[in-house]
Design a protein around this ligand. Structure first.
Ligand SMILES: CC(=O)SCCNC(=O)CCNC(=O)[C@H](O)C(C)(C)COP(=O)(O)OP(=O)(O)OC[C@H]1O[C@@H](n2cnc3c(N)ncnc32)[C@H](O)[C@@H]1OP(=O)(O)O
Ligand SMILES: O=C([O-])CC(=O)C(=O)O
Length: 377
């Protein structure tokens, strides 16, 4: 291969392997299968911490003291309600559209209501981040109920973040096994360095645009099936497979057809996703709770066959898809639930970008028409 020149520079397609900036929010080490948020291993956080504690950690760099957590929770609970104008706007969106479009529109609309939208100070951006974190479950739950022809359930200020969300969806707080598994998924989904949606948020922020615009862009990036949308695609595939004895044949057909198998592979992890063991264990807990092992068996068949055929391992969306399905969520709500969690990581990165900004503007190598004369007259 010849050396790169000004005319033919090296192209890093998809920015693969390119380090574009520093971050202190999280560290992904694929070689040791490790992921830390602000220095803490994610599996320890998922085991021992609430989602509220993890949100605080991502934003402030340290876990909260009891007093700080009480203050944080009080503010989060006070921001859960969706105002009447926003609720009315969202109720007019066709219920045939994907719920990610509802969430994207909702965040964009929240920006229009905020008189401090363009204030990029740390305190203003923190307040806006908390507002989005608090109100997103209300939006996602109301939209899920709307699609089921049900009235929304108001937030319950006596309940923690996950319990309140589950109560707004199902009209009751489910068994603690389900609440814990859900909470773990929220912790695992919260942050993952410069993934596509976070990078989209950082690109928008780098132009000195506002936090709502950055989050709106991130939601658009997360929707795609190569990113967050994969958790929905995984469940559609598992339903398509239907019987565990069909799983290997189904997978072979996909690979023979050169199709991507959803829920497998990762840009950074090439030897397995650090979050999968924790989420798979949560899926096992839920499956045992419901006495339903069909999805877990399909999971194991696909994982084994994919390993044998390609060596490619599952990513976080693989166990989360069937876990959310067993919890009782409808499939199009899976990626909006991911948004409820990732809002923490996105906004932590937005605030980091604001604090040390440089316009993000890469170069391209032109391969279009050579310069030519315009035929005039
Ligand atoms: C929370 C998250 O966002 S996790 C990611 C969720 N996304 C998915 O699950 C979608 C399915 N997975 C994929 O499409 C990919 O693995 C991605 C997009 C996640 C990462 O892709 P990249 O880093 O660009 O790797 P790339 O697509 O170049 O794959 C390298 C090789 O592995 C193959 N490969 C990678 N993932 C898969 C897969 N899921 N199914 C089949 N083959 C795959 C590719 O076909 C390619 O093979 P080749 O070299 O023979 O052409
Ligand atoms: O890091 C990535 O490219 C995708 C991912 O796993 C995430 O965003 O959680």
């Amino acid at each position: 291969m010849s050396a790169p020149t000004a005319e033919q520079p090296t192209i890093y397609k998809g920015l693969a392997g390119v380090v574009v900036d520093k971050t202190a929010v999280s560290k992904v080490v694929p070689e040791t299968n490790s992921l830390t948020y602000r220095g803490y291993a994610v599996q320890d956080l998922a085991q021992h911490c609430s989602f509220e504690q993890v949100a605080y950690l991502l934003w402030h760099g340290e876990l909260p003291t009891d007093v700080q957590l009480a203050d944080f929770s009080q503010k989060e609970r006070a921001n859960r309600r969706l105002d009447r104008t926003a609720a009315s706007i969202l109720s007019k969106i066709p219920d045939t559209c994907h719920p990610m479009d509802v969430v994207r529109t909702a965040i964009s609309f929240l920006g229009t209501e905020d008189s401090a939208e363009d204030d990029p100070s740390p305190s203003a951006n923190l307040a806006k981040s908390l507002r989005m974190l608090a109100v997103l479950p209300t939006i996602v739950a109301a939209d899920m109920r709307r699609r089921r022809g049900l009235e929304p359930i108001a937030p319950h200020h006596g309940l923690g973040y996950s319990e309140n969300f589950l109560n707004m969806v199902f009209g009751e707080v489910p068994d603690p096994v389900i609440v814990k598994a859900f909470e773990k998924s929220m912790v695992l989904y919260a942050e993952h360095s410069f993934n596509a949606s976070t990078f989209a948020a950082r690109v928008v922020t780098s132009t000195q645009s506002d936090i709502y615009s950055a989050v709106t862009a991130a939601i658009g990036a997360l929707k795609g099936s190569l990113h967050g949308g994969a958790n929905e695609a995984v469940m559609h595939d598992m339903i398509d497979i239907d019987r565990p004895e069909r799983a290997r044949e189904w997978l072979s057909a996909k690979l023979d057809n050169k199709d991507k198998v959803m829920g497998f592979g990762h840009r950074v992890y090439k030897n397995g996703d650090s979050r999968v063991p924790t989420m798979r264990a949560a899926l096992e807990d839920i499956s045992a709770h419901f006495g339903e092992d069909k999805w877990l068996t399909i999971y194991a068949e696909l994982e084994d066959e994919m390993g044998k055929r390609t060596g490619i391992k599952p990513n976080l969306d693989f166990p989360t898809g069937p876990a959310y399905f067993l919890m009782g969520f409808d499939i199009p709500a899976f990626t909006p639930i991911f948004v409820m969690s990732r809002i923490t990581g996105w906004t932590a990165h937005i605030m980091e970008q604001v604090a040390s900004n440089a316009l993000i503007r890469p170069l391209s190598a032109y391969d279009g028409q050579a310069q030519r004369s315009l035929a005039v007259g």
